[in-house]
Write a protein that binds this ligand. Structure first.
Ligand code: SAM
Ligand code: SF4
Length: 341
């Protein structure tokens, strides 16, 4: 039960799944819209959800509150592009109250950075301390080809603004065969010079895009070998509670993370679930099982959401079915922008 007598979420039973994994991390998608069209993420003309299906900002906060009441300590807002949602700061400011009263350890975002110049100061004021910014290339023409929009300058200005506001940034880079592999060392050098860690991500078969997944997929094991030929990579036991494995580059002093869902399964220690902007709770990024929190909230309020979370815990799968031997295997029809990356 959630006791909200003074408007604050009070702690109830923690969320523990059937495999004994405690869920303490929520990734909450606040919109499926985006101002970019990254070729591995969405099609040029995505079928966005009708507005009536999308949770209001108040409903998103109510869902977050239900998770906080069940022991979730970290929330990452994502999308689509979270900063493209109108009035998103009202949600962020609402959630920042839980940072202040100690119910939440961290509130963070994954963003493409295009709007950071506008929002960096307000995010820092709301208690956001760290951001993940996605950036696959430093070459303007390549950026325009990958993201299908000419926005590199805005992203770089956004990163400058965020650093000036004191936000700690981690860069996320998707390794794309024939697109950015040759540039990865330069990206890492650039990031490390600016005191930013960089995490490399394997393309996952999420949603049908115009390109063949086989033509996009590059195994990070190969990328890592080429980096090892250039630098000394020292194994690092740094963990963020996420799926990335980290190394420190002795020559630069910065970290590289590797997220390898296809070549190495990371599900054993999974501590997270995802909620889409339409209130569907996905217990695993790579599986279709879901629980409808929107209906629970609209029909029964936050108590009904809490009961739905118990159902979700009983149904959280052990892991995903992505396979490196066949980058389209285990494919799920949902786009990353729908589930929230
Ligand atoms: N728009 C924001 C951004 O780009 O950071 C947040 C949402 S985006 C879906 C979150 C992350 O998912 C990004 O780092 C993006 O590169 C990654 N991503 C999107 N589609 C992917 C896919 N099919 N495989 C692997 N990563 C993907
Ligand atoms: Fe938009 Fe992020 Fe998907 Fe790129 S990866 S299209 S920025 S949601």
């Amino acid at each position: 039960m959630i006791d909200r007598t003074d408007g604050k979420a009070r702690r109830a039973a923690p969320l523990i799944d059937a495999f004994g994994r405690r869920i303490s991390y929520l990734r909450l998608s606040v919109t499926d819209r985006c101002d970019l069209r990254c070729a591995y993420c969405m099609s040029e003309r995505p079928a966005f959800l009708p507005k009536s299906d999308i949770l209001t900002l108040e409903e998103l906060e109510a869902v977050a509150r239900a998770f906080i009441a069940r022991g979730v300590r970290k929330i990452r807002l994502t999308g689509g592009e979270p900063l493209a949602r109108r009035n998103v700061m009202s949600l962020i400011e609402g959630l920042s109250q839980y940072l202040l009263d100690g119910a939440l350890d961290e509130l963070t975002l994954t963003t493409n950075g295009t709007q950071l110049e506008k929002y960096a100061g307000a995010l820092a004021d709301a208690g956001v301390r760290r951001l993940n910014v996605s950036l696959d290339t430093l070459d303007r023409a390549k950026f325009a080809a990958i993201a299908r929009r000419d926005a590199l300058d805005r992203v770089l200005a956004g990163i400058d603004a965020a650093q000036a506001a004191g936000l700690k940034i981690k860069i996320n880079t998707v390794a794309l065969k024939d697109r950015n592999l040759d540039e990865i060392p330069a990206l890492i050098e650039w990031a490390h010079q600016r005191r930013m860690d960089l995490t490399l991500i394997e393309v996952m078969p999420l949603g049908e895009v115009e390109e063949d997944r086989q033509d996009q997929f590059a195994p990070l094991s190969e990328v890592r070998r080429s980096l090892e030929a250039r630098w000394t990579l020292v194994a690092d036991d740094f963990r963020t509670g996420g799926p990335a494995h980290y190394v420190t580059v002795r020559e630069t002093g910065g970290r590289i993370g590797f997220i390898t869902p296809l070549t190495a399964n990371f599900c054993d220690g999974c501590n997270r679930v995802r909620v889409t902007c339409s209130g569907e709770l996905y217990m695993c990024l790579g599986q279709q099982r879901r629980v409808d929190l929107k209906s629970a909230l609209r029909d029964g309020g936050e108590d009904a959401v809490s009961r739905a979370l118990d159902e979700a815990m009983a149904r959280k799968p052990l892991g995903h079915d992505f396979k490196a031997a066949n980058p389209a295997a285990g494919a799920v029809p949902r786009f990353m922008a729908a589930t929230g990356g």
